[in-house]
Design a protein around this ligand. Sequence first.
Ligand code: ADP
Ligand code: ASP
Ligand code: MG
Length: 417
Amino acid sequence: MARLVMKFGGTSVADLDRIRNVARHVKREWDAGNDVAVIVSAMAGTTNQLVEWCRQAAVLHDTREYDAVVATGEQITAGLLAMVLEGMGVEARSWQGWQLPILTDNAHASARILDVNGAELIKRFKERKQVAVIAGFQGLHKDTGRITTLGRGGSDTSAVAIAAAIKAERCDIYTDVDGVYSTDPRVVPQARRMDKIAYEEMMELASLGAKVMQVRSVELGMAHNVPILVRSSFVKPEDIDPKKPPSGTLICDESEIMEQQTVTGIAFSRDEAQISVREVADKPGVAAAIFIPLAEANINVDMIVQNVSADGKTTDLTFTVPAADYQRALDVIVNAKKAIGYKRLDSATDVAKISVIGIGMRSHAGVAASAFKALAGRGVNIRAITTSEIKFSVLIDEAYTELAVRTLHSLYGLDKA
Ligand code: ADP
Ligand code: ASP
Ligand code: MG
């Protein structure tokens, strides 16, 4: 008997048949005597539709109203799943973020969870074994009492936060793949499923483009030591042997992983844009003149490359921003032209960032160098490079994304046998 969190993503609750399948998974754990809190996403496509309606209503809308709209998708699935469970003889009730409550800060559309009150859930587990079905993705601002949402993919974060609050033994993330793979299995069929992955590596994979887990959920899992198991919701509940350890990928502490490979995974992101500021003066203060206005506009700059000046007078500075902020970033730079003093701007949106991740890189030299050689061998030109302790990224032409990912995947011996 244990206390479990089970989270089901959009494709897993896409219609009533799938919701019934989810209910059977929940009943399976409940029948085994476990206390269960279920976190659900909106039905597949619903959140996209809601976001699109907001955009059509007003391009520059109030994010507080955006949250009021987009949080509704999860309310539907929570209610439907609770109904189906009741129909199967499982005592259950739905909870909205504001009812627990799940308190957040004020960053509407990408709010951070500050506190989760799990007391009432625990009381009901003890009194009557009631299953809690909780709407993911949403919270309540602690002062204003307004509904907030946690950013796209945020139900993962709701699940891990609730697991920490009720001291669950494990947080199971049920999704449309059966675990975390060495790269997106939909792009590279040779991708290999991992039995375990360290929090830190999963955080890098997620932040660099692997959308299987929202990055904040992994951060939270690491901070509160919540074991997270990514597994498939498409397995039939009756095919699961309760006596065997569940299959999937465990996201856990580095120390629990016996053999660490140099490279564990490859992530990629096509949502990047590159801006090059040409012929700026090679003198103190120029980088600040570029990046302070961008920071003030809340634009996240990722890669930065600056050349050492050849003539001691001028140089070029290249950086990347999320594709969604590209136009705003250009406007900011054009508006700051006088302060920066550049000659020309070049930019590109048809770029992609490929990242190679592995804790083993800490102690291995030459990992990135071999990638540069392999990419050159395939005729892939590198526009920019960044490195850190356990990863490096290269910016390339978007058209080469798959070729580059597959090349590096084979290079590091990640292809499945
Ligand atoms: P959910 O709706 O259940 O939250 P998501 O669509 O957010 O599911 O995340 C699952 C998807 O993540 C998979 O369908 C897969 O295409 C993608 N993905 C990207 N990188 C990876 C990876 N390294 N391992 C597994 N899945 C990945
Ligand atoms: N429904 C939300 C989204 O699509 C949250 C989630 O699925 O995790 O982003
Ligand atoms: Mg998701």
